[in-house]
Design a protein around this ligand. Structure first.
Ligand code: MD3
Ligand code: FE
Length: 213
């Protein structure tokens, strides 16, 4: 069929093949998402993980869903239990599921069933150094990222650590869907600048939805 010869255009800004930036896509849901972040954190508190190399991460993290991403001196892994409480991670709130599903649909991917949402909390000064997300068994499934609160400068690199990276500003309500060839690219977040967001305060919250199992 002739139409098969044409690539479908990304509905929003295409950062690179497989990555789409949906500016403000989560704005209308932001308050509900933040309420649910607080509820998750009441059961699985934010903590600063220790990297396998022995460094304390400046970003505080927690998880919800069937598994959670954790790190300690023995390595990085997805775990069904929260090592801090010994209990299962809280279930993924309905508001989280809705934004993840709507985002992948808007970016042109088919059905999506993330089994984990990693929640990152950045105070001013916190950063995430350049890394790849390679602990997920299903490396075909896209990752959805929702930014809330203080703005950030996202670093988007290549498939090798030494590849040049570009800088992408991410603001409250922005959603990025990373799939296909973008999925294994190096990425990170520059130190968050001081500031106060009217709804979120002196912090940035990032939700990343993954299919880990
Ligand atoms: C690009 N978090 O938790 S989300 C992470 O803003 C992480 O907190 C950042 O990187 C944050 O691992 C960025 C955006 C993101 C997530 C996964 C990606 C970008 C990605 C995987 C491949 C390429
Ligand atoms: Fe990452």
């Amino acid at each position: 069929m002739a139409s098969d010869l044409f690539e479908v255009e990304s509905p929003d800004l295409a950062l690179a093949t497989g990555a789409s930036l949906l500016r403000g896509f989560a704005l209308a849901e932001a308050i509900g998402l933040l309420t649910d972040v607080t509820e998750v954190a009441a059961r699985a508190p934010f903590r600063h993980l220790i990297t396998p190399g022995g460094f304390r991460m400046s970003v505080a993290m927690t998880n919800c869903g069937a598994v959670g991403w954790v790190s300690d001196r023995s390595g990085y892994r997805y775990d069904r239990a929260d090592p801090d409480t010994g209990r299962r991670w809280p279930p993924m709130p309905a508001s989280f599921q809705r934004i993840a599903t709507a985002s992948v649909a808007a970016a042109g991917f088919s059905a999506y069933a993330p089994d984990v949402c990693l929640i990152n909390r950045y105070a001013p000064g916190a950063r995430l150094s350049l890394h790849q997300d390679r602990n997920e068994l299903d490396d075909e499934a896209p990752i959805v990222s929702v930014s809330l609160g203080l703005p950030a400068t996202f670093l988007f690199g290549g498939l090798k650590r030494s590849d040049r990276s570009s800088r992408v500003p991410l603001e409250h309500g922005d959603v990025v869907v990373w799939g296909g060839p973008a999925r294994m690219r190096f990425h990170g977040v520059l130190p968050i600048a001081e500031g106060r967001h009217p709804e979120v305060g002196e912090q940035r919250i990032n939700l990343t939805f993954r299919t880990a199992l």
